[in-house]
Design a protein around this ligand. Structure first.
Ligand SMILES: Nc1ncnc2c1ncn2[C@@H]1O[C@H](COP(=O)(O)OP(=O)(O)OP(=O)(O)O)[C@@H](O)[C@H]1O
Ligand SMILES: [Mg+2]
Length: 263
């Protein structure tokens, strides 16, 4: 039998131990992520509240869930193809349905078991996600973004693969917090810790404040939600143009349509 030279044997030993070290690091990272998700308190939902808030993608008995599932699949494909994770959801003016779209998209994504999703209420001017779900976290979003509150004090876990960060306290001069280095660092830490495939940021509207402008450099892409019968074409055009100059626009959702295509 041919004798393997000693230096080659040594090199192989190192190669094997490198591979083992790499595998051990991967296993530790995976374990760390599982523990971080496991540590989040569970989100208990009141079916009445869910109905009132028009969240239709949990039990999917209302046919209105279908467009959200279609949006979910398109968003997921786009993110995977481009290796993107974070999506800002905004609108030209208030009350176009951003939070409703964000919540329905998040719960639709939760049915996709191989995908971990975070939904974060970054409408620091008028937070609504907690109210719509009927829950209140023990920490405020401001404390979390300043690095003064732990992930498990803000995020609640729905099932194994959706975590939602709510807020109950509006933040004055919120654009300054959104574009601070501290916020960027906290969100980066969060991403490393929970390793989500998708992060949905529910943002304020764009036309009358600078929050979205301040936060856009932090996200990979954006969805614009327009309200049929209240958003004007000029508003939608202006916002689409503005967003596309600063990030990738995944699409514009026409919400609050009274009629379906086959009517
Ligand atoms: N498709 C829809 N059908 C019926 N009602 C809707 C629809 N979308 C939103 N609404 C209602 O419109 C109101 C505003 O919706 P939502 O809070 O999601 O808007 P928003 O854009 O997040 O508002 P804000 O700018 O204050 O954050 C809510 O009462 C919501 O239930
Ligand atoms: Mg909202």
């Amino acid at each position: 039998m041919k004798q393997v030279p000693v230096p080659l044997q040594e090199a192989r030993r190192f190669q094997n131990s490198d591979r083992l070290t790499e595998q051990a690091i991967h296993a530790c990272t995976r374990l760390g992520r599982e523990i971080a998700w496991e540590n989040l308190s569970t989100l208990d939902l009141d079916p009445e509240r869910i109905l009132q808030s028009r969240i239709v993608t949990i039990d999917r008995s209302d046919p209105a869930h279908a467009p959200f599932d279609m949006m979910r699949t398109r968003v997921l494909q786009n993110l995977r193809q481009n290796n993107w994770t974070s999506v800002a959801i905004t609108s030209p003016t208030p009350a176009c349905g951003k939070s409703l779209v964000a919540l329905n998209l998040a719960f639709s994504l939760a049915h996709q078991k191989d995908c971990r999703t975070l939904l974060i209420d970054l409408n620091l001017k008028q937070p609504a996600i907690g109210e719509m779900l009927g829950v209140k976290a023990s920490a405020s979003m401001e404390a979390f973004l300043r690095g003064d509150a732990a992930t498990h004090n803000l995020f609640l876990r729905y099932g194994d693969n959706l975590a939602i960060g709510t807020n109950h306290q509006p933040v004055p001069f919120s654009a300054e917090l959104l574009q601070s280095l501290e916020t960027a660092r906290v969100l980066q830490d969060l991403q490393q810790k929970l390793e989500p495939d998708v992060i949905l940021f529910d943002m304020p509207s764009m036309l009358f404040n600078d929050d979205v402008t301040a936060f856009l450099p932090t996200v990979d892409c954006a969805i614009l939600v327009a309200a049929a019968e209240s958003s004007t074409l000029d508003e939608v055009d202006e916002c689409e143009r503005y967003l596309s100059e600063r990030t990738q626009v995944l699409g514009t959702v026409l919400n609050r349509c009274r009629y379906t295509c086959n009517q």
